[in-house]
Every structure is written in structure tokens, then in C-alpha cells.
Design a protein around this ligand. Structure first.
Ligand SMILES: *Cc1c(COP(=O)(O)O)cnc(C)c1O
Length: 469
């Protein structure tokens, strides 16, 4: 399996080569040259596999340059009952009215980012070890991604993490989650400013080529292909758990922001997994819902991006969307390039000529949800089933309900646990959500964080002093 760029300007590369990179050199994103196909017989032979071994089967189709024994060791190290607090790793729980929840948030940071990040931590350490090199991850976070990266890379050889966060602007639970890590290779930097200012410092450092090369700076952002590949696994797992015979169809509803999660569903479907519909759910920031309704993609500027009660979906520009468009236009890289040129020039592009294919050929449908919808959905699910869902998952349930069909299981991806967003649970139900038992005293643990001004030079000096060499 080789990887090419959505914009056509990259020589075909192996999985391990694209693992440590961000954008392709031509500004595009890496995609498999051809998608592997999984036959009905192969799919049946995977029934009953433990999650880690299913992950091996699926990922071995993508990471063809990693020897099978090594890859199996990596997936078994990533997906343990100990890390995921669950024997099944990804439990499937029935709700009411034909819906089930696919539990992707049993990992250490209580959100689905752990599913991909735990594998990434293993495979980073492995590839760096093979190549005898080191990597310093520098990033900015307002919550989920940064903490998932820290938990995945803590204690790993050859890699250090420098994660900037806005001082005093995360929830007490989120702060405790990140800052309580005591591993010597994890560095929390709280800057006196907002998230965008932290992000600007990271961009400036990564843009300084001499600094970037000398300290081998890397990123673990949402466009990383290994993350997308690792997420494909749970679509297979969900299908295998929800069906009992070949060819049976299942729909998935996906709370979406950067289009990473649902892109993995699109990949699984393109590999032959019998997925009927991919239901894309947004919150009030409905750029993607608008695209699937109208065929026009119009990202919004930061000042038109609302701060909502499903904050991890407050995204106006969907960084993985280009990969889906690549398939949509028949893998015509020159057309993708032209679309992104007109996006930069006009602020939008129009693919309404392909609108009829969105559902008929690719299974995509979409809907949007509001703060009021989230509260009502959290309440109705709790009243009907006693199950507490988080606000992002509530966006998924709300939209999924419009697309339920008799005889087709609808699996809503649970992208976070309610304890992470307890303020909204309290608003909906009048009482907060309790963290899982093992995290009950997280907020009383000692914390390790450097507080700094929003000063690029100060952050730079700190990295120079603590980087892996
Ligand atoms: C990241 C995130 C999302 C959005 O996922 P994308 O892959 O960006 O579409 C949804 N819910 C939660 C809780 C998240 O952390």
C-alpha cells in the first residue's frame, strides 16, 4: 500500500513515511493509492476477534511496511482492558427506538480521540526506534486533542510533548487531566492568553524552518493518516457486534467537526463494509451540514464560529474534508487543486452538480442540532433508558432520529463521556455527571504546569532546554 497526495504532487510513499508528516509537500493530504477491499468471507472470519486483533487485521491492510508480528504487538499494547476500562474496549449499548451507542470514550481522557491516539503513541515510538531518531511534538489545545496526545505519548522513548493551553480557560476537570501527568517527557505550558494566541505561537515555531529542523518538531493533528486508519477499525467492530449475518446493513451517526471521524466511516464503507448511511451531525456550526444539503462548501471566519455547549465540534473549516472531496470528484487531483484554489480566492466552492451522489453513491445524509436540542435529547435519553450521554453524542442522537429505518441498526458514535461536560448535564438534568470511579479524585492530584506569558521567545527557550535530542 502506497500513499499519494489529494493534489497530485507527491511521489508515492509508505505508511511509515507519511506517519510523521503533516500536509503533503504540495499542500494536499495523503490518501491510499487504492483502498483495500474486504470480502464478506473475510469479514465473517473476523467475528468474535478481540478488539486489538481486529485492529491488527484492519491496520495490516494500511501499514503494509510494518512486519505483521510487530504490528500485532503494537495493537495489543494500544488496546488493553487496563487503558480502556472495558473488556470490549468499544462497548455497544442499546438505547431506545432502534438506536445503539458505540462507546468510543472508555479511554484515559474520556473522548474518542483516545481510540486513534493510543495506537499513534505505540507506532510513533516503534518507527522512531527503528529509525534511531527522536521527535518533539509541539501543539496547542483547548481540551480533547492535547490531553489524548499526552496520555498516548507519556513515557514513550524518543518523543517529548510540549502542549500549550490557555491559562485558566479549561474546565477544572480538563486541567486536572493534563496537568496531573508527572512523566518527564510531557510538558504542559499554560500561556496567559486565549487558545488562538497559543496556536499562533505553535504556528510561528513550526514555521521557523531552522528551529523546526534542529529540534525535529512534529505534530499530532487531525490530518494524520494513521489516526484516520485507526478509526476505521471501530466501524468494523460496530458492524460485527450489531449484525449476525453477512451483508446485513448498519447505519452510523457521527457527531462531526473536522470530518476526521466520519471520514474513517467513509473509508470503511469504501472497503466493502455494509454501511447503509453515514449520518453527519453538526451543532450550530453547520458548515458540513450545509455542504451535504446544498453542495456548497463555505467555511466561516473565526468571528462567525459560535462557542457552543458541544465545543469540540466548534469548527468552521473541516481539515479532513479534502480527502472525501478527492473521492467525490473521482480522485481527480487537478480538480481538487482547482477547488482549493477557488476556496482561497472566493471563500467557497460549489459541487452541487454531484449532490445526487452524496447519498445514493456515498451514503451521506446530514443534520444540525442546537443547544436546546442537546438539552432535550440528554433529558429524553435519560428518561427513557437511564443512560447519560454527553452533549456531542446528543447532537448525534438528535440527528440520527430523523434517519432511523426499520431493520437497520443505527449506531450513534459516543464521542465523549458526560463527566467531561458536566455543566451542560447539570443544565439538562439538574444534577452533574459523575466521573468514572477510577478518576474520582483526579482534581486533588498534584499538578505539573509551566505558566508563561504569550511570548514566543519564552516558549522557544523552554523547548530548547527540554527537547529530546
Ligand atoms: C474531536 C471531537 C469531535 C469531532 O470529531 P471530528 O473528527 O473532528 O469530526 C466530536 N466530539 C468530540 C467529543 C470530540 O472530541
Amino acid at each position: 500500500m502506497k500513499y499519494i497526495s489529494t493534489r497530485g504532487g507527491m511521489a508515492a510513499l509508505e505508511f511509515s513515511d507519511i506517519l510523521l508528516e503533516g500536509l503533503a509537500p504540495d499542500g494536499g493530504l495523503a490518501m491510499p493509492e487504492q483502498l483495500p477491499q474486504v470480502s464478506a468471507e473475510t469479514l465473517e472470519s473476523w467475528r468474535g476477534l478481540p478488539y486489538a486483533d481486529l485492529a491488527f487485521e484492519v491496520l495490516s491492510l494500511f501499514a503494509t511496511d510494518i512486519p505483521a508480528d510487530d504490528l500485532r504487538r503494537l495493537t495489543r499494547a494500544a488496546y488493553t482492558q487496563e487503558t480502556f476500562n472495558s473488556e470490549d474496549i468499544v462497548p455497544l449499548r442499546p438505547l431506545d427506538g432502534g438506536l445503539s451507542l458505540l462507546g468510543l470514550s472508555e479511554g484515559p481522557t474520556l473522548a474518542f480521540k483516545d481510540m486513534a491516539m493510543q495506537f499513534l503513541g505505540q507506532v510513533f515510538e516503534y518507527v522512531l526506534g527503528k529509525r534511531g531518531t527522536t521527535l518533539n511534538i509541539v501543539g496547542a489545545t483547548s481540551g480533547d486533542t492535547g490531553s489524548a496526545a499526552e496520555y498516548a505519548l507519556r513515557g514513550k522513548r524518543g518523543v517529548a510533548v510540549f502542549m500549550l493551553s490557555p491559562h485558566g480557560r479549561m474546565s477544572a476537570f480538563q486541567r486536572a487531566q493534563m496537568y496531573s501527568l508527572q512523566d518527564e517527557n510531557i510538558h504542559n505550558i499554560a500561556v496567559r492568553g486565549v487558545f488562538d494566541e497559543a496556536q499562533d505561537i505553535v504556528k510561528a515555531l513550526a514555521g521557523d524552518l531552522a528551529f523546526k529542523t534542529k529540534y525535529r518538531l512534529g505534530a499530532v493533528n487531525s490530518i494524520n493518516w494513521a489516526r484516520i486508519a485507526a478509526q476505521v477499525v471501530y466501524y468494523f467492530h460496530g458492524w460485527l457486534r450489531a449484525t449476525s449475518k453477512p451483508g446485513q446493513q448498519v447505519s452510523f451517526a457521527v457527531p462531526s467537526g473536522n470530518f476526521g471521524n466520519i471520514l474513517s466511516g467513509h473509508i470503511a464503507r469504501s472497503m466493502g463494509l455494509p454501511i447503509r448511511r453515514l449520518v453527519l451531525a453538526t451543532n450550530e456550526n453547520n458548515v458540513l451540514e450545509e455542504f451535504f444539503r446544498t453542495g456548497v462548501y463555505r467555511p466561516r471566519p473565526a468571528e462567525q464560529t459560535y462557542a457552543t455547549s458541544s465545543p469540540s465540534m466548534d469548527i468552521s473549516r473541516a481539515s479532513n474534508f479534502e480527502r472525501f472531496v478527492f473521492d467525490l470528484v473521482g480522485r481527480d487531483a487537478s480538480r481538487v487543486k482547482a477547488l482549493w484554489t477557488s476556496l482561497a480566492r472566493d471563500g467557497s466552492f460549489d459541487l452541487s452538480d454531484l449532490l445526487p451522489q452524496f447519498e445514493s453513491r456515498y451514503g451521506f445524509v446530514s443534520g444540525a442540532s442546537s443547544h436546546g436540542d442537546r438539552l432535550a435529547t440528554i433529558r429524553s435519553v435519560y428518561d427513557a433508558t437511564g443512560v447519560l450521554i454527553d452533549p456531542h453524542t446528543a447532537d448525534g442522537v438528535k440527528v440520527a432520529r430523523d434517519f432511523i429505518e426499520p431493520g437497520v441498526p443505527m449506531l450513534v458514535l459516543e464521542t465523549a463521556l458526560p463527566a467531561k461536560f458536566s455543566e451542560t448535564i447539570e443544565e439538562a438534568l439538574g444534577h452533574p455527571a459523575k466521573p468514572p470511579g477510577n478518576l474520582a479524585d483526579l482534581e486533588s492530584l498534584p499538578q505539573r504546569v509551566e505558566v508563561m506569558d504569550c511570548d514566543q521567545a519564552e516558549v522557544r527557550r523552554f523547548i530548547e532546554a527540554h527537547a529530546k535530542v
